[in-house]
Design a protein around this ligand. Structure first.
Ligand code: FMN
Length: 146
């Protein structure tokens, strides 16, 4: 991470999928990874990574409400979604709009297929997780340049 710049990953996760993806990103960014309702004052961070599962074709309301109650002026934001079937692009769009409304600059997003109950039990698989790692490396690169 560039000196004097700080990043944080915040996520909501009920069943662990989004947490898994969030943790990989945080590992590469060498930053904190916290459950969204435990996120402290975000004003000290320059890069904020926000992760949400897709619930009924939308990001979870815990995440959208959290975004609505924060100011992202002068902050770069990266969005993550995990999902089993569909609704991921729509969810990213919704989160992006909300972040922009709060003055944030969305610099990237990543979506990951993940299991739900007995559906797609082997996801995310190693290929999915490698894609997350590649994405994390790219975010780090962009972050270093900025
Ligand atoms: C109440 C509920 C609604 C869901 N709705 C969708 C959906 O609309 N589209 C989809 O692809 N997956 C849906 N899923 C699956 C989750 O998006 C998926 O399992 C996700 O990875 C869960 O994240 P988590 O493990 O971090 O909680 C739903 C799951 C739950 C529990």
């Amino acid at each position: 991470m560039p000196k004097s710049k700080k990043a944080i990953v915040v996520y909501f996760s009920r069943d662990g999928n989004t947490r898994k993806v969030a943790k990989i990103i945080a590992e590469y960014l060498k930053c904190k990874c916290v459950f969204i309702l435990e996120a402290e004052n975000i004003s000290i961070y320059d890069l904020i990574v926000i992760g949400s599962p897709v619930y009924t074709l939308e990001p979870v309301s815990t995440v959208t409400e959290w975004i609505k109650s924060h100011d992202f002026t002068n902050k770069k934001v990266v969005l993550l979604c995990t999902y089993t079937w569909f609704g991921e692009q729509r969810s990213i769009k919704i989160m992006k709009k909300l972040v922009q409304r709060q003055n944030g600059n969305v610099i990237g997003f990543h979506v990951t297929v993940a299991k739900h109950k007995f559906f797609k039990p082997d996801r995310p698989n190693s290929e999915d997780l490698n894609k997350v790692k590649d994405f994390a490396k790219n975010v780090l690169k962009m972050w270093k340049k900025s």
